[in-house]
Design a protein around this ligand. Structure first.
Ligand SMILES: [Zn+2]
Length: 280
């Protein structure tokens, strides 16, 4: 095992570019499981669970709430749940520590803002499915994304009986219509200028890495993931000096055609990252 860790560290140290790909499994290693009906969900969302019958944060994100007061009660609670700790988790701190001096880029489907919180700059980050702190017009009347921190924390604090006060409910500054959190829960999700800019930055990063030593570091991405995993495998396949490193607990999947260029660690991501930083 130790040998494998050194191999990973050497690849990271020698890399000209590192692309980090992260999904739900990384959040789970931080203790946040958006698909689970666990004690943390019951403790923080128990009133919603009882009232509407949904059994996880992700089900709540897709729930057709009967009113805006109730919808915003949920989404502001979720915002608060992801971000009430101002300090990043040890997992995210270790990840940042591991790559901060390198040339890196992050692509993630996580919506919890934890990369930003740990110090990863926005220009090195592509949040494919959005971020729970941002708002958009629900009608998509224009493409602007708005920072929602202030209103979301206010709504999280002042909800009663599962509702936020009417006067706190955000309205689109352009059309006056309803708004929603900028996360991909339906077809309204805007892929406007800021989304396109991040997407382009990701494309540019991998293009510039062509022919160089590229590390694709995948954290907690499921075997069937098409958004993040499929492009990583394609890049590993076509790039001569690419290395695919995957950390995943119990769901390690490396296809034969890239096996020679791959390192897989089947273990608790939190512990593996801690170990890597200590050995650095
Ligand atoms: Zn609008």
């Amino acid at each position: 095992m130790e040998e494998k860790y050194y191999e990973v560290l050497t690849k990271i140290q020698e890399a000209d570019g590192i692309v980090i790909g992260a999904s739900n499994g990384l959040s789970i290693s931080e203790g946040i499981h958006i698909f689970a009906d666990d004690s943390s969900f019951q403790e923080n969302f128990g009133d919603f669970r009882e009232k509407y019958g949904f059994r996880s944060i992700i089900q709540g994100c897709f729930y057709p709430f009967p009113s805006e007061e109730e919808k915003w009660a949920f989404f502001s609670r979720m915002y608060n749940y992801f971000l009430y700790k101002t300090e990043a988790s040890p997992v995210m701190k270790n990840l940042y520590e591991l790559v901060k001096d390198k040339n890196y880029f992050v692509v993630t489907s996580n919506i919890d803002n934890h990369f930003r919180q740990a110090g990863f700059p926005q220009e090195r980050l592509f949040e494919i499915e959005g971020n729970c702190r941002n708002l958009q017009c629900m009608n998509g009347c224009h493409n602007q994304i708005y920072p929602g921190d202030e209103i979301l924390s206010k709504m999280a604090k002042s909800q009663e009986n599962g509702k936020v006060p009417l006067d706190l409910i955000p309205k689109c500054p352009e059309c006056g219509g309803l708004m929603q959190v900028h996360i991909e829960v339906d077809r309204n999700f805007l892929k406007g200028e800021s989304w396109q800019t991040s997407y382009q930055a990701y494309q540019d990063f991998t293009r510039k890495a062509h022919g160089k030593k590229l590390v694709l570091l995948e954290l907690g991405v499921g075997a069937r993931n098409q958004l993040i995993k499929a492009p990583f495998m394609r890049l590993t396949n076509i790039e001569e000096y690419a290395t695919y490193i995957t950390l995943n607990k119990g769901e390690l999947y490396i296809p034969d055609e890239i096996a020679a260029k791959s390192i897989g660690i089947n273990g608790d991501t939190a512990e593996v990252l801690q170990q890597l930083v200590q050995m650095k």
